[in-house]
Design a protein around this ligand. Structure first.
Ligand SMILES: Nc1ncnc2c1ncn2[C@@H]1O[C@H](COP(=O)(O)OP(=O)(O)O)[C@@H](O)[C@H]1O
Ligand SMILES: [Mg+2]
Length: 326
């Protein structure tokens, strides 16, 4: 894989949290900063990224590539009217593709790693299907979108849990005995006695210290980045401390808090437009929130972020005051 491209998968535990409207407009914002950007709709079974980009559904997509022998991956790329922005549709004209076989997923991933662009954004399906978990693992810094509502936060934690168990089970897969133990432990887990990654690693360690250490390394490699959407007030972010301690205790995982977008009634008022929101309402809190995130991505995506929760809180407070004055 060439080093000059950054692949950013965008996932969410729950549907309807704004993942597609965010990832489409984020792609536009990065393109507007002058970087060659490609948005790929990988929500196979619920593709709608084209709508948010103001495009019709007349092009071949990943679905057609997987179904028809004569469609080449690189021919799926649609140049948009927005400078620097191209797009690959999802189902295209071949719907009903929610779960594709492993080999096909691999093929799609390898193709994505070959396309030429500086930033490649992947809009994934909600939830924890194998498709989504696999695609999310393409990068060690995938984006997870959530709102502050309890069901969304629960599904957000559930997503990370399923993702890590998938990472662990793929590492122990070749050792039948250990693999069976991991799968059984995960399956028979009781809600009143929640399984932790630490206890699972200890169990693996008893059977194979080498596999346990490889699994631990793999988990340390991932630093998902969190975008909160539809926020009301910066104080929403006070819960990041609680999220951090839950993640540390149950999943031994560290995440970065990367962005916050306010609930923005203008989105609904803008209605179904032929043009994307970043173009029609560029000064709205939604557009400003997305552009803040785009700038942060271009500036610090590769860097470690210290005290990300506190930094995001400060940045969000500044924006809150500004929006309140308007
Ligand atoms: N910040 C926001 N403020 C207000 N409405 C929003 C915001 N973000 C998303 N929405 C609305 O939420 C709905 C779901 O968005 P969508 O991107 O399709 O969700 P997902 O892809 O996560 O299923 C859309 O109607 C969208 O306009
Ligand atoms: Mg969507």
């Amino acid at each position: 894989m060439k080093k000059d491209r950054i692949i950013i998968p965008v996932a969410s535990g729950k549907g309807g949290v704004g993942k597609s409207v965010f990832s489409s407009n984020l792609a536009i914002a990065i393109a507007q900063l002058g970087h060659k950007t490609l948005a790929i709709d990988l929500d196979l079974g619920g593709s709608n990224l084209h709508t948010y980009l103001g495009l019709s559904n007349k092009y071949n997509g990943i679905g057609d590539y997987l179904k028809a022998k004569n469609v080449k991956f690189k021919d799926l790329i649609v140049e948009t009217d927005i400078p620097n922005l191209s797009f690959i549709p999802g189902e295209g004209r071949t719907p009903f593709l929610a779960n594709i076989p492993f080999e096909q997923r691999l093929d799609v991933i390898q193709n994505i790693q070959q396309v030429t662009a500086e930033y490649i954004l992947l809009d994934l399906g909600a939830g924890t299907t194998f498709n989504t978990l696999n695609f999310f693992g393409i990068s060690h810094q995938g984006i997870l979108v959530t709102t502050f509502e309890t069901p969304a936060l629960m599904n957000f934690l559930m997503f990370l849990k399923n993702f890590l168990y998938r990472v662990i089970s793929s590492i122990v897969r070749h050792d039948r005995q250990v693999f069976k133990m991991v799968v059984n432990t995960f399956r028979t887990n009781q809600p009143e006695d929640p399984l932790t990654v630490r206890s699972l690693l200890e169990m693996i360690h008893e059977k194979s210290p080498e596999l346990a250490s490889r699994a631990k390394k793999a988990i340390n490699y991932y630093h998902p980045r969190i975008i909160f959407n539809m926020g009301d007030h910066p104080d929403d972010l006070k819960m990041t401390n609680k999220i951090d301690s839950t993640l540390r205790q149950t999943l031994s995982l560290q995440v970065d808090y990367f962005g916050y977008i306010f609930y923005d009634p203008q989105i609904r008022q803008a209605g179904r437009q032929k043009e994307p929101l970043l173009i029609t309402i560029p000064k709205s809190p939604f557009a400003i929130g997305v552009k803040d995130i785009a700038r942060r991505i271009v500036k610090i995506w590769d860097k470690d972020i210290n005290k990300s929760g506190e930094r995001l809180y400060e940045a969000t407070q500044k924006r809150y005051k500004q929006f309140k004055l308007n």
